[in-house]
Design a binder for this molecule. Structure first.
Ligand code: FAD
Length: 322
């Protein structure tokens, strides 16, 4: 019996959220009195792989196949099923991100394993394997017991603080039986925006809503984000109106983010928006309406016109940093 964690990478770098999943998996393994092996697919430098030891992985099974530099969920599920067999694993951990959300259900069906997505606690193993997750857009919690022999959990990013140690992991080449016929998706092109911080990895996010009136005013958000080294996000109507790209939309139907600092400018704070951001450690709201619901969820609130407040805040931060 052991624990396996899927540690996903982007452009050869293990993601921060994957490091969190590895640390979570190591704690689960400790609870069960066993070890954790991480599965990494795609071309990744050796030091990235051995570095997973800092997060608790004893062993890394590396599938160094360039076809997997971009995740293909069906193929990854097949690889993980083989890894589970080889390692006699009973628990598989994912990050609750795009790849985890895509691979975990396929693996769950393959292994007939119970799956809990978006876990926010370590399992309680005193009387079963009970994992806590938030439901109804963060309004309630559910404690779910996984009673099947094999168990799969995806971990909510930015929920568990990283506590790296100094160990290094042993790296083993893993050669699962995959063929060209297993690859059903052909990646045509990957477009990355130079210098953009991925929202789910961002520690600081500056987000704008309909209160900003139009795309021509987005310089306000970008200038503040630039001075803070932050990523930019937006509410759904902003993306729906084409003011900002859809990958910046946060909330129930967009991305879930958990930065250390979320600054909301001209956003009312509808429940569907809060669902994606209420895990942020500190929320600052700038809104001209003192009755805006977002103030109830805020740690700090500034009642004022964004067009006056934000440039002053940006200038003050620039002066502070100079
Ligand atoms: P508004 O509600 O129009 O609010 C604008 C705010 O700006 C107001 O509070 C106003 O006081 C303030 N303001 C105006 N001018 C200024 C100024 N000069 N300075 C400072 N403040 C100013 N929304 C999401 O964001 N994400 C989702 O994932 C999402 N999913 C949804 C799913 C469903 C099924 C449904 C029904 C809705 C969903 N919505 C989602 C929409 C959501 O209900 C809200 O309509 C939306 O979040 C409102 O966006 P907003 O706050 O930018 O705009």
């Amino acid at each position: 019996m052991s624990v396996i964690v899927f540690a996903d990478q982007q452009q050869g770098k293990i993601k921060k959220a994957a490091q969190e999943a590895v640390e979570y998996a190591a704690k689960v393994a400790a609870q069960l009195g066993t070890d954790v092996s991480a599965v990494v697919v795609g071309e990744v430098a050796n030091e990235e792989l051995t570095g997973l030891g800092k997060h608790g992985a004893k062993k890394v099974l590396h599938v160094a196949d360039a076809r997997l530099n971009e995740i293909e969920p069906g193929v990854c599920a097949k690889i993980l099923a083989e890894a589970v067999n080889q390692e006699s694993a009973s628990v598989v951990i994912f990050t609750h991100n795009f790849s985890g959300k895509a691979i975990a259900p396929i693996l769950s069906a393959k292994l007939k394993a119970g799956l809990v997505t978006g876990a926010i606690s370590l399992p309680d193993t005193a009387s079963g394997f009970v994992v806590k997750k938030s439901v109804f857009s963060g309004k309630a919690f559910a404690n779910v017991n996984i009673s099947s022999d094999k168990k799969i959990v995806s971990v909510m990013p930015n929920t568990f603080n990283l506590e790296p140690g100094t160990a290094t992991a042993d790296v083993a080449t893993f050669s699962p039986s995959i063929s060209d016929a297993d690859f059903k998706i052909k990646m045509v092109k990957v477009e990355t925006v130079e210098g953009e911080i991925p929202l789910t990895e961002a520690e600081i996010i500056v987000s704008g809503g309909r209160g900003l009136k139009g795309p021509e005013n987005w310089g306000l958000v970008e200038d503040l984000a630039h001075v803070l080294g932050a990523a930019t996000a937006c509410s759904r109507p902003v993306a729906d109106s084409g003011w900002r790209p859809h990958h910046e939309h946060v909330g129930q139907t967009g991305l879930t983010v958990r930065p250390n600092l979320y600054i909301a400018i001209g956003i009312s704070g509808a429940i569907q928006h809060l669902a994606g951001v209420n895990g942020s450690k500190v929320i600052v709201v700038i809104n001209k309406d003192p009755e805006a619901p977002f103030f109830k969820a805020a740690d700090y609130g500034i009642v004022g016109d964004a067009f006056e407040v934000v440039p002053k805040l940006t200038e003050a931060l620039k002066a502070y940093k100079a």
